[in-house]
Structure formats: structure tokens, C-alpha cells
Design a binder for this molecule. Structure first.
Ligand code: TEU
Length: 621
């Protein structure tokens, strides 16, 4: 393991945040926008800043505090913008810097903050830095990237000549042959995404200057893309290990100088203004021990990270493309370990989906699509509502900062992709090519895995209403513009307008969860304690802050389940449920219905003091 864990761990702080002076983001909820697919303001079938601007009130109504924008910078879009050709401008498909400033102002006017996506482990191969670097071996910026000679005894560009046996996240080797200069460059992702050499101080200073430029423009922080991969170790072959990370990761995940560079970044970019800002590091392949280092406030690295262990528990031995059934006990154990492990030491982010993961309700819940196909639209929507809200509650009522991915707030589902031609994502397309064409896998098996796990499940246009293409271009002068990616065919019944008009509204349930985090400090700061860890249907836990205890009990299955005595408290007050008015009337305190969530509160000192008539517990229904 790299990154000097030992001695650093000894110096970790252990201070539970005091609600009185805790950072603002400890009570915040973040909403992620994937601009390509959020809303099309100019009728070209491609999402943009004008489209986002036109839907800001949807976010303000939801009650979120921060908007995270996935990349909007000039990019050839080989990886949908995560291949940046110019860090200090806006891709014309999304708009202009002026439009960005207007969007930022409109966001701030609504009391929300906006954080940008910082993608600095790699650039686009069309970035001027790389154009210079690949121009010749003696180019000024040659050392801004990672170049290596072919493996000794091999002719460059031939199989096996790659400097090490490392693999890319997007299939194939992590090295790209450059005929012109006769060397390979490292690219952990696509060939069009060469890795920057962070050991070069000029690279770091150029990145810090760019970050300060955006902060001076008024943005409120950054989501940092694969920030734990920036410090590489030894460029040597490695033995295959099953880690969910590509071959070679042990040489660059949480590398030797990563913490040093993040502390330097904090000094150079955030020092003196970090109280108003928020940073979240995306850190695939990061164990809890490193997370404690990254998020320990006394170390001044990042405020929180995205851990990946909990979104890898339904990956079989063959990794993400070998889907396996999720065992709820494993997920509970993992989340509880992170809740305990960062309590008073760092800070968690809370997410179950984003632009890289399948849709939450389809993956973890029951999206009701099977029932709909049988003609039972109501039944399908009822199940989708119940399972989406049950999972939302168990996620949002944990300790940490919740992240909502666009469309999650009204239960968008995975997509019934037919053939390989329906996929757009470089990760999926490359995997299919490698598995079928190179490894001779049965295309039906590969497609079945792609349908379940592809990132494209998260990338279809947002379904605003039941008008043409789900209203994706409704705000433009060409509302029937053909979207860059087809809208999910279920948009006629699953869309924001229908959900908000429904008696069972997932949107209203999220509003209630966000309101609870804003108003009840036991949600933002209470200690987490898991109950019934071995129960296969039930996810139950308490949150305790002083005398106030919140009890969360959720049946995360399609079958009713008895509520153990450990999960019942006398004199408890109902705070939140996803049951409708009439269903609540027939509730059996000892049984949870399929996908029922029940949140109650007690005051441990004197139960009598529990506030009678707590605000309307029955959100959404
Ligand atoms: O993702 C990094 C990352 O871990 C993912 O590639 C992940 O391994 C994969 O999606 C799981 O299937 C970040 C961005 O979020 C992603 O969209 C980019 O493609 C990637 O970095 C490269 O910038």
C-alpha cells in the first residue's frame, strides 16, 4: 500500500463536529447535473446552460443547497467532457462564459451554490499542453505528461511492447504508442485522455492557477475527478489482483505523494477562502484508512470523498461486467463501517447513483417496469415509489453529505437497451468490443451485463413531462429536436410533472428528507448505530445526538417483514413514512410492508418530552 498510511494515521484528529460551528456543507444536500442530458435550451438536442437555467426553480423547490455540474469545458467529448481541451472556457455546445456567469448568478440568487468538475488527472489529447508535449521529445511540456520507451527488446507499437502490463479503465492497455516521437504515453482512461505528470511542479502550479481563476469567478468549490490517481508510483509490471480496479492500480491509486499534493493544493488555492467553499474528491479504490487521511479537517486536503466499495458489492469475481446479486447484509456492513470509521475523524459523502452508475431504483429497488410490461402501470408506479423512497431514506438519514443525481428525485429507471448500437459510452463500447471480438464471449451475455451495469443507464435525457422526448428541449424554439441520446421510452408515465402531481410523489419525499437535514441536527450530526446487521430484508439504524434519537427502519424487499423488538421504541413519534394517509391508518407497529420506511424519534432522557404533533410525517403520500 502506498501513501505513508502508518505514521499519518497516528496523527488523525478525533473531533465530532459541533453543530454550533460545523461547516455549512455538513447540513447541505448536493444535486448533480450531467449537462449533456439535463435540459436543452437551444433546440439542438444537446443539453446546455440555458436549459439548466430554465430548470433552476425545480432544484430550488427540491430544496438542495449545491449544484455540481459535470464538465462543461471545451472537449472533443470522447468521454462526454471528461476529456478537457481548455480548462478556462465553456464548450460552445453548452454555451458561453457569459451564459455561465448568468447561470452562476441565478443559482446564487436562489440561495444555492455551484461547484465545478475538476478533471486534472488527465487532459484531452487536443489540449494545447499535450499538443506541445507530443510535438517532440525535447518539447517544453514533454514532461507535463508521462512518456516511456517501449519495453526493452520490443518494437514500439507491437503487442507486448507497452512499458508495463497496466490496463485502462476503458479496456485495453493503459499505454498509447506515439509513432511520431517513438514513445508511449500513459492514459489510464481513453487514448484521448493522456495522464498529466503531477510530479512536475509546473503542472501543479498551472492547475492551481486555473482553479483560482474559477474561484475568482465566483464558483463555490470543486468535485475532483479521480483525484486519488494523480501521484504515480513505480512504472513496473504488477501481479493480477481482484480489487475492482484495473491492473496496475496499486501503483497509482492513493499514490506516494497524493496527500502531499492535496495539502499543497489546499494551501495554494483554498487557504483563506475555504470556509465558503466545498470540495469532494472522487477516489475509486480508496480504503477507509486513506479516506480518514483525505477528509480529516486538520490535514486540509478535501472536505469529503466518494468511496466506491458500496457500489461494487453487486460485482461478481469478474468485476463490474460480471453482475451478481446484492446481499443487503454486505451493503449494511460496508456502510456501517464507513459511518463508524469517519465519525469524528472525517466526513462521508452519501450516494447510490451518479453519471457512472446505473439508476438507483432499478439497481437497488424495484423499478416496477416488469409490472408495467404486464399492463399494471399503477402497481408498477406504486412499487417504484415505495422502493425509491425507502432507499432514499436509508441513504439521506445517514451521517454525511447526500448527493442526488438528476432524475433520481422522481425515480427515473434503467433503460431497456436492445443491441450494442444503443450504447454511447466509451467504457461500454470498448468492453463489448474486447469481450466479444477479442475474447469470443457470447454477445447475448455481454449485452445482458451491459444492460444492468452500463453508465448509459444514467445518461438518457431527463424526463421533465410527457411531451415529445420527455420535454428535453421544451424550453427551446425546437421542442421536438432529436436528443443526442434517445429518451427512456417510459417517459410518458415516468416524468417530473407526473410525479409532482401524483399522490405518491418521490419528489415530495426528497423535499421532506432535505428539510429534515436542514432542521433536525440529529440527521446532520447524530452518531450512527446499525441495528439487526444480519437481517436480510431490514435496514435499521439509530442516529443519536444528545438526548434525541432517530430510529430509521426500512424494509428493503418486496415481501412484508416483522419488525424485531430491537427496532421499536415505546412513545416514539412518527417523523417520516412513505405510506399514504389510508395505508398509515392500517399500520401494524410490528410489521413493515414491502418497501415501507418508518422513521420515528424519541428523547432518551424523558420520552414524555417528545414533541407531539411532529410536522407532517407522511411526505410524498
Ligand atoms: O470516473 C472514474 C471512475 O472511477 C469511473 O471510471 C469508474 O471506474 C467507472 O465508471 C465505473 O464503471 C471518473 C468520471 O466520473 C467518469 O465519468 C470518467 O469517465 C472518468 O473519471 C475519467 O475522467
Amino acid at each position: 500500500m502506498t501513501g505513508t498510511l502508518g505514521d499519518a494515521a497516528a496523527t488523525l484528529s478525533s473531533a465530532v463536529p459541533d453543530p454550533a460551528d460545523a461547516p455549512w456543507w455538513t447540513r447541505a444536500v448536493v444535486y448533480q447535473i450531467y449537462p449533456r442530458s439535463f435540459a436543452d435550451g437551444d433546440g439542438d438536442g444537446f443539453g446546455d446552460l440555458a436549459g439548466i437555467r430554465s430548470r433552476l426553480d425545480h432544484l430550488a423547490d427540491l430544496g438542495v443547497d449545491v449544484i455540481w455540474l459535470s464538465p462543461i469545458y471545451p472537449s472533443p467529448q470522447h468521454d462526454n467532457g471528461y476529456d478537457i481541451a481548455d480548462y478556462q472556457d465553456i464548450d460552445p455546445r453548452f454555451g458561453t462564459l457569459e451564459e455561465f456567469d448568468e447561470l452562476l448568478a441565478a443559482t446564487h440568487e436562489r440561495g444555492m451554490k455551484l461547484i465545478m468538475d475538476l478533471v486534472v488527472n488527465h487532459t484531452s489529447d487536443e489540449h494545447a499542453w499535450f499538443t506541445d508535449s507530443r510535438s517532440s521529445r525535447t518539447a517544453d511540456k514533454r514532461d507535463w505528461y508521462i512518456w516511456r520507451d517501449p519495453r526493452p527488446g520490443f518494437t514500439g507499437g507491437t503487442p507486448g511492447a507497452e512499458p508495463t502490463n497496466w490496463r485502462s479503465f476503458f479496456s485495453g492497455s493503459a499505454w498509447q504508442w506515439d509513432e511520431a516521437t517513438g514513445q508511449y504515453y500513459l492514459r489510464l482512461f481513453a487514448p484521448q485522455q493522456p495522464d498529466l505528470n503531477w510530479d512536475n511542479p509546473d503542472v501543479r502550479q498551472a492547475v492551481y492557477a486555473m482553479m483560482r481563476w474559477w474561484l475568482d469567478r465566483g464558483v463555490d468549490g470543486f468535485r475532483m475527478d479521480v483525484i486519488n490517481l494523480i501521484s504515480k508510483g513505480e512504472y513496473v509490471d504488477v501481479e493480477p489482483v481482484t480489487s475492482g480496479m484495473p491492473l496496475g492500480a496499486e501503483q497509482y491509486a492513493n499514490g506516494p505523494r497524493v496527500h502531499e499534493y492535496l495539502q499543497e493544493m489546499h494551501r495554494e488555492v483554498f487557504a483563506g477562502r475555504d470556509a465558503e467553499l466545498m470540495t469532494v474528491g472522487e477516489t475509486p479504490g480508496t480504503p477507509l484508512e486513506h479516506a480518514q487521511l483525505y477528509t480529516d479537517p486538520t490535514r486540509a486536503e478535501v472536505d469529503m470523498i466518494f468511496q466506491f466499495e458500496h457500489v461494487g458489492l453487486d460485482h461478481g469475481k469478474g468485476g463490474k461486467w460480471d453482475p451478481a446479486t446484492l446481499d443487503l447484509r454486505h451493503l449494511k456492513a460496508n456502510l456501517a463501517r464507513w459511518q463508524d470509521g469517519l465519525y469524528g475523524r472525517g466526513w462521508n459523502s452519501l450516494y447510490l447513483n451518479n453519471h457512472d452508475q446505473p439508476r438507483l431504483v432499478s439497481r437497488f429497488g424495484d423499478d416496477g417496469q416488469a409490472a408495467v410490461e404486464q399492463g399494471d402501470v399503477d402497481g408498477g408506479n406504486r412499487t417504484r415509489y415505495a422502493s425509491a423512497t425507502a432507499w432514499a431514506a436509508v441513504l439521506h438519514l445517514q451521517l454525511g453529505t447526500p448527493f442526488i443525481y438528476q432524475g433520481e428525485e422522481f425515480g427515473m429507471t434503467n433503460v431497456p437497451f436492445a443491441g450494442i448500437e444503443d450504447f454511447f459510452d466509451v467504457e461500454a463500447v470498448n468492453h463489448y468490443a474486447e469481450a466479444v471480438q477479442q475474447q469470443g464471449a457470447d454477445p447475448r451475455d455481454v449485452l445482458a451485463a451491459l444492460r444492468l451495469m452500463t453508465r448509459d443507464n444514467a445518461r438518457t435525457p431527463v424526463q421533465w413531462d410527457d411531451s415529445v422526448h420527455g420535454g428535453f428541449s421544451a424550453g427551446s424554439d425546437r421542442p421536438d429536436a432529436t436528443p443526442w441520446m434517445p429518451v427512456n421510452p417510459n417517459y410518458a408515465t415516468i416524468n417530473a410533472a407526473a410525479d409532482r402531481a401524483s399522490s405518491r410523489s418521490i419528489f415530495r419525499f426528497y423535499q421532506r428528507l432535505i428539510e429534515l437535514r436542514h432542521t433536525d441536527d440529529v440527521v446532520a450530526f447524530g452518531r450512527f448505530d446499525l441495528l439487526e446487521p444480519d437481517h436480510e430484508q431490514l435496514f435499521a439504524f439509530t442516529r443519536t445526538l444528545g438526548e434525541r434519537v432517530l430510529l430509521v427502519t426500512a424494509n428493503l424487499s418486496g415481501q412484508a417483514c416483522a419488525l424485531p423488538a430491537t427496532c421499536r421504541r415505546d412513545g416514539a413519534t412518527l417523523v417520516l413514512t412513505n405510506l399514504s394517509e389510508d395505508e398509515r391508518g392500517e399500520t401494524d407497529p410490528a410489521v413493515l410492508r414491502p418497501w415501507e420506511v418508518r422513521v420515528t424519534a424519541v428523547t432518551v432522557a424523558a420520552t414524555a418530552s417528545v414533541t407531539a404533533g411532529a410536522p407532517d410525517a407522511g411526505a410524498g403520500a
